[in-house]
Design a protein around this ligand. Structure first.
Ligand SMILES: O=C(O)[C@@H](CO)OP(=O)(O)O
Length: 226
């Protein structure tokens, strides 16, 4: 049996300012830091085996703050992609290896790319284009924002990553944390909970509130937070 915890990053500076963010790399606010720590406290006793985050600082910060509250004594280690910099060979003792918690950072988990809306104020866009159009851009499955990704486009990168990299670890009974974004996580939850395209506009994810699933016999069931 594996455990899967999904968490949307804590409040970012652009969440606070109500700006479309997408791939713009904005850090957490004080409130976002508190939300991540609070999420960490609620999960303090969960012995995570592997962590996945997007490449974006708000998700990485959230993961690190959350893990700082964990009582497992494991040390998070960012596993850098090969080929990005000179490689050295690190050999840890078996004891140290056992105490490490690998953190994989991957762009497939990044927020939905918001195209021309990035940096624009959400309320001002409603005033300019109307509530219905902006709602379609923000929450529909197939309508992309101008020059950006629809949720469908986002799921075409998140779901293969989830299936190829993360599910095999759950099959091995690992406890997994994914720290990512409102829409990249909506696409993953859509897959896990088999949510229909017409129902996905109703799924909203608050910042810093973990969602837990147990994975057993190839099936997910939703759990209460420990
Ligand atoms: O701006 C964004 O990138 C996202 C998440 O904050 O916006 P939305 O609320 O439309 O999902």
């Amino acid at each position: 049996m594996g455990l899967l915890v999904l968490v949307r990053h804590g409040q970012s500076d652009w969440n606070k300012k109500n700006l479309f963010t997408g791939w713009v790399d904005i850090p957490l606010t004080d409130k976002g830091i508190e939300e991540a720590m609070k999420a960490g406290k609620s999960l303090a006793s969960v012995p995570f085996d592997i962590v996945y985050t997007s490449t974006q600082i708000r998700a990485i910060e959230t993961a690190m703050l959350l893990l700082a509250e964990n009582t497992s004594q494991k040390t998070p280690e960012i596993v850098h992609k090969k080929g990005k910099m000179k490689e050295w060979t690190t050999i840890y003792s078996e004891k140290t290896q056992h105490e490490m918690l690998p953190v994989f950072i991957d762009w497939h988990l990044n927020e939905r790319y918001y195209g021309e809306l990035q940096g624009k104020n959400k309320q001002e866009m409603v005033e300019e284009f109307g509530e219905e159009q902006v709602h379609q851009w923000r929450r529909s499955f197939a309508t992309p924002p101008p020059n950006g990704e629809s949720l469908k486009d986002t799921s075409e990168r998140t779901i293969p990553y989830f299936k190829n990299e993360i599910i095999p670890q759950l099959e091995h009974d690992k406890n997994i944390l994914i720290s990512a974004h409102g829409n990249s996580l909506r696409s993953i939850i859509m897959e896990i909970e088999n949510i229909a395209q017409e129902d996905i506009p109703n799924l909203e994810l608050p910042t810093g509130k973990p969602i837990c699933y147990t994975y057993k016999s190839h099936e997910f069931s939703k759990d209460k937070i420990a």
